[in-house]
Design a binder for this molecule. Structure first.
Ligand code: ZN
Length: 135
């Protein structure tokens, strides 16, 4: 058990269409849809599906020219990132960079609800985009 990583907060999947993706995640698997929201700042519509102590987040790009829109065009549908909830995001960033790993965000960014997050560069995490999140 890590002293700083508490849990998987969410796994984010990029999809072409929320309603179509929900036929699998909600209708066939039976996961509840917690809520859905539009995030114009990040050019995505999101459906949140709670799974135990974590969530699956379905991300649907609303602008093909956005970062995530280009990601979908280039890589297709699939896992976009894994989010780890940490107790102290600055300490975790410091620990990672101290081990020579590269961050996309060396200082945490802040969401409108006050939560802080930072992404680890996927080339430092063996091909996986990892989001750190502090509530
Ligand atoms: Zn995320």
């Amino acid at each position: 058990m890590s002293d700083s990583v508490k849990r998987i907060n969410h796994v984010a999947l990029v999809v072409e269409d929320l309603a179509t993706a929900l036929t699998f995640w909600r209708d066939a698997l039976g996961l509840p849809v917690g809520h859905t929201e539009s995030n114009p700042a990040e050019d995505v519509d999101i459906a949140f599906l709670p799974v135990g102590d974590s969530e699956i987040e379905l991300l649907k790009p609303t602008d093909p020219e956005s970062g995530i829109g280009k990601y979908l065009a280039k890589k297709g549908q699939g896992i976009h990132h894994i989010c780890l909830e940490v107790t102290d995001i600055e300490a975790t960033i410091q620990r990672l960079t101290g081990h020579g790993f590269e961050m996309i965000n060396e200082t945490p960014r802040i969401r409108p609800d006050g939560t802080r997050y930072a992404f680890v560069h996927p080339k430092s995490a063996f091909g996986v985009l990892v989001e750190l999140y502090e509530a």
